[in-house]
Design a protein around this ligand. Structure first.
Ligand code: CTP
Ligand code: MG
Length: 231
């Protein structure tokens, strides 16, 4: 095993934000005095633990080059992909020659600007000796139902259900491999952990904070502003 393990950030930021219904992708909407993606990258840079952060940006994105953070020395631009997993894989490929297989990668959605530095550090400290890696997650407070055609089939055991957040932290080499495998087999993975699960691996969960929301719908911007102002 190599002695010096580096940490890398990967930020998928190539979505169009369809559910947000705004005039531009949601990562470029203003949240306070900066855009969502600037707030997100600020938190990651503030954590002060990454050798570099690969950001997947759509080739048709006119907004990214106008942001000062696009010129930041730690930021590496990668090409966006069709689905989130394609964007993540593309960002991982942009780290070829820089990252070693044994290095850790933290994948974090551009659309989660309320991530706290303390959460990033807790995830890293909890998992840095783990063989697989894991994710920030939140226990579900609501009772959950399995539903078919508008009718409840049964209830899901709430104690076993967690909501997956980001960052999700895995070793560079294995993460790239399982995402590549999923892509080759046409398996849909909406987060990195799913790609591990498909290969019989069991990522850990580390409890996150409810404030780490993913901006998805218009009302989420107001919530995000509220959470950002909480210290
Ligand atoms: N993302 C990406 N490449 C894609 C799709 C999504 O990099 N092809 C990114 C988004 O920019 C976002 C994160 O993945 O930071 C989570 O995705 P989501 O919340 O679904 O964002 P969008 O796909 O942009 O939104 P929507 O699904 O409403 O269109
Ligand atoms: Mg999406």
């Amino acid at each position: 095993m190599s002695e010096s393990v580096n940490f890398w950030g990967v930020v998928p930021a190539a979505g169009v934000g369809k559910r947000m219904q705004s005039d531009r992708p949601k990562q470029y909407l203003l949240l306070g005095d900066q855009t969502v993606i600037e707030q997100t990258l600020f938190q990651l840079l503030e954590a002060n633990c990454f050798a570099g952060i690969a950001v997947a940006i759509s080739s048709e994105d006119p907004y990214w080059p106008t942001l000062p953070c696009s010129q930041q020395e730690k930021i590496i631009r990668a090409e966006g992909g069709r689905e989130r997993a394609d964007s993540v894989l593309s960002a991982l490929n942009a780290l070829v020659g820089k990252a070693s297989d044994n290095d850790w990668v933290l994948v974090h959605d551009a659309a989660r600007p309320c991530i706290k530095v303390a959460d990033i550090h807790r995830l890293i400290n909890t998992l840095k000796s783990d063989p697989v890696g894991g994710i920030l997650a939140l226990p579900s407070h609501d009772t959950l139902k399995n539903v078919m055609q508008g009718q409840i089939v049964d209830s899901v055991d709430r104690n076993r259900v967690w909501r997956a957040l980001t960052p999700q932290m895995f070793r560079y080499g294995v993460l790239k491999k399982v995402l590549q495998l999923a892509a080759e087999k046409g398996q849909v993975v909406t987060d990195e952990a799913s790609a591990f699960e498909l290969n019989g691996l069991q990522p850990k969960i580390v409890e996150g904070q409810p404030g780490n929301i993913k901006i998805t719908r218009p009302e989420d911007l107001i919530l995000a502003k509220f959470y950002m102002e909480q210290e």
